[in-house]
Design a protein around this ligand. Structure first.
Ligand code: ADP
Ligand code: ADP
Ligand code: MG
Length: 674
């Protein structure tokens, strides 16, 4: 490196103590976590919509940037520079999205003496445009998708290029990102219209409507390589990720390593990526993206930032990429050489979005009523940017969290991820979690016989409507209502719930619940309790029922002697239920509905349910006190003692041991004491 370049990089990369994170959501939280572990002071920035956000609470300090609109807050360069100065921050981490690939912002930081955690403005500019980077890669000898990436943009040039390449082609915005400004064109007569609409989208999203044309690779798979370079000329690759499960060119599931490549192909693509990044002497973390037809692998673009899916690389290499980014920004040498980067096991990530897959993935906004994620053990990692009570705003990307699983093999990693998704329960807004579960457990995904069009083709199978409530969910809904009443009664000494399992109402009581399931059908549940074991009657079935708070959260239900752990949340009239059958939203109709004492059973000894008489505990003519045991009945394999409703004399026993008695039949007659 020459002296001038060395001085320049000394100014651009140097040790700092305070880091401002110019982002929000899960990535801001993720950067803060590592920065703090490295002993740095952290500063968050936020918009008016995010005053209450998780990243703001996590950072040491936080600065309000402006109104909710990204342009007025997270994309407002002046306000961010002001925030850096106001808080004494010395460096900025841009995360992904927002200003992370904005060369003007990187340049402005350099001019203000602020360390930008990332490449220089010049490197970004060289690689930022898809056309420009393809021209560079062509020179460097990196294999490209056959295509046109020239300056001329007139209709004839583009049409001639497309014909020469051969249809189908992909028309792409050179400045594009996030899958926007991109159209597949299957024949010449579709081209003009596709270009007009792609240009319109690109101009609105990126302020630049230049297009390039590429051969549409058949059976495409997305392969990308993580690289990182330091300011001393070292550059390493950290293996590849495969992100073939996409919807509208946006990644949904990402994994590492690629299950498609063999060792020789892996070496080749990693070498091509190092060559690509080496062509601009790249500094910082970056990703080189390729598309593969299963045989050949072609360069498509470089992202000059940390990627959403970076955790899968971290889990297979054991490297903290944010730590490396910060150490490179300190001006340190990379702490590991290429041959020290090792690959262990398999990792897979799912992006959890606030969106409704059953309604064309429409974003869902509003307050998060409940937020539950599994413990980060057994290879699970959760990178989240939201929590219970937080609001999902329509102003930003709707990604809530990433659920990531590591295991020794791909198959186990998929199973762990699925378990992690099943245990992730976010309510109050609609999420894509059931869709993600269906997707990763699809046999074609397990078998890796997929391409980037897989989700679109299989959509109907991946978005089943919410099913009928089974007895388990209805019992869970009842359990949640009882649970909340017990909690509310906690302080009330006279409450029948207070004694826990052993409350002793004198008479059997019946309580009726009405629930409405997602398809509008109303379901009735009748609960009997107060004398012996409680039961639920659902559509003519009678089920022995008990519910109690579970030590691991949620409730334990015992239905006909089988214990089920379920998660329930009662929010007004809505009951959020999660069982082994999935997630359900149950509407509780008329929570002030009827509760009546069963007059029939109140002052007599009657069978509360069909059962067998197993013991007679008194003889005719005996004097009994109120509550004295009269006989034992076996109901649903559980013994239940029937007691005297008042003090008096046993006038008649109307059954004998072994009798099978019907519900409501009087079993003993007691004459009250005068
Ligand atoms: P990755 O390649 O890491 O999956 P994406 O291309 O999906 O990244 O983009 C990451 C995030 O950045 C997404 O939230 C996306 O909406 C956002 N994003 C990508 N490109 C741009 C851009 N040019 N302008 C604004 N946001 C962008
Ligand atoms: P973005 O900047 O929006 O991420 P990319 O150029 O990375 O744009 O393309 C997005 C996705 O579209 C890729 O992940 C890949 O799956 C698909 N894709 C891109 N180029 C091609 C191509 N030439 N043939 C087939 N699929 C492609
Ligand atoms: Mg891309």
């Amino acid at each position: 490196m020459n002296a001038k370049a060395a001085t320049k990089s000394a100014a651009l990369y140097r040790r700092f103590n305070t880091l401002l994170i110019a982002n929000r959501g899960e990535i801001a939280c993720r950067v803060i976590r590592t920065a703090r572990a490295m002993g740095l002071r952290t500063v968050a920035v936020y918009s008016e919509a995010d005053a209450d956000a998780v990243h703001v609470a996590m950072a040491d300090d936080a600065v309000l940037l402006g109104p909710a609109r990204a342009r007025d807050s997270y994309l407002n360069v002046d306000r961010i520079i002001e925030a850096v100065k106001k808080t004494g921050a010395e460096a900025v981490h841009p995360g992904y999205g927002f200003l992370s690939e904005n060369a003007d912002f990187a340049r402005r930081c350099a001019a203000e003496g602020i360390v930008f955690v990332g490449p220089t403005a010049e490197m970004m500019e060289a690689m930022g445009s898809k056309s420009g980077s393809k021209a560079l890669m062509e020179k460097a000898g990196v294999p490209l998708v056959p295509g046109y990436h020239g300056e001329a943009q007139d209709e004839k040039t583009l049409a001639d290029a497309a014909s020469k390449i051969g249809y189908p082609v992909l028309a792409k915005a050179s400045a594009g990102g996030g899958g926007r400004g991109m159209r597949i064109v299957r024949s010449a007569d579709e081209l003009a219209a596709a270009i007009v609409s792609a240009k319109r989208e690109a101009l609105a999203a990126f302020g630049d409507d230049r297009m390039l044309i590429e051969k549409f690779v058949q059976n495409p798979r997305h392969i990308e390589v993580q690289i990182i370079g330091d300011s001393h000329g070292n550059l390493i690759s950290l293996f590849e990720r495969e992100c073939t499960l996409q919807r509208r060119h946006q990644k949904v599931i990402e994994e590492a390593p690629s299950p498609t490549l063999n060792a020789a192909q892996r070496d080749a693509v990693c070498a091509a990526a190092r060559k690509a990044a080496g062509a601009v002497n790249y500094v910082g973390a970056g990703t080189i993206e390729f598309v593969s037809d299963g045989k050949e692998t072609f360069f498509i673009e470089m992202n000059t930032r940390l990627q959403v899916e970076h955790p899968v690389t971290e889990l297979i290499t054991g490297v903290d990429l944010v730590e490396l980014q910060l150490r490179v920004a300190f001006g340190e040498k990379l702490p590991l050489a290429q041959d020290q980067v090792t690959l262990n096991g398999h990792a897979i990530e799912a992006r959890v979005y606030a969106e409704n897959p059953n309604k064309n993935f429409m974003p869902s906004v509003g307050r998060i009523r409940t937020w539950h994620t599994p413990e980060e053990v057994d290879g699970l990692r959760i990178d989240a940017g939201y929590a219970e009570g937080k609001t999902v705003s329509p102003n930003y990307d709707a990604m809530l969290a990433k659920v990531i699983a590591w295991a020794p093999t791909r198959d186990l990693a998929i199973s762990r991820l699925n378990r992690g998704l099943q245990e992730t329960d976010v309510r109050g807004i609609v999420t894509n979690i059931p869709f993600l579960s269906a997707l990763i457990t699809h046999p074609d995904v397990r078998a890796n016989t997929i391409d980037t069009g897989f989700i679109e083709r299989e959509l109907a199978k991946l978005t089943p409507a919410e099913g009928q409530l089974t007895d388990l969910e209805l019992a869970a809904a009842v359990g949640s209502i009882l649970q909340s009443e017990r909690a509310a009664a906690g302080a009330d000494v006279n409450s029948p719930w207070r004694a826990g399992a052993g409350w002793a109402a004198v008479a059997a009581r019946r309580r009726r619940f009405m629930f409405r399931q997602a398809d509008g059908t109303e379901r009735k549940v009748s609960m009997r309790y107060g004398q012996g074991p409680s039961t639920l009657a659902i559509d003519g079935r009678v089920i022995a029922f008990a519910s109690s708070a579970s030590p691991r959260g949620g409730i334990d239900l015992v239905l006909d002697g089988v214990k089920h752990h379920v998660t329930v949340v009662l929010d007004g009239h809505e009951v959020y239920v999660r069982t082994r059958n999935g997630r359900f939203e149950v509407h509780w109709v008329d929570p002030f509905g009827t509760e009546d004492e069963e007059q029939a059973g109140a002052d007599r000894v009657v069978a509360p349910l069909p059962g067998t008489v197993v013991a007679l505990l008194v003889e005719e003519g005996a004097e009994v006190e109120k509550g004295a045991a009269i006989l034992t009945l076996e109901v649903m394999k559980m013994e239940q003692t029937l007691r005297a409703p008042f003090a008096g004399t046993v006038k008649a026993l109307k059954c004998k041991v072994g009798d099978i008695v019907a519900e409501g039949v009087e079993l003993a007659e007691i004459e009250p004491k005068a």
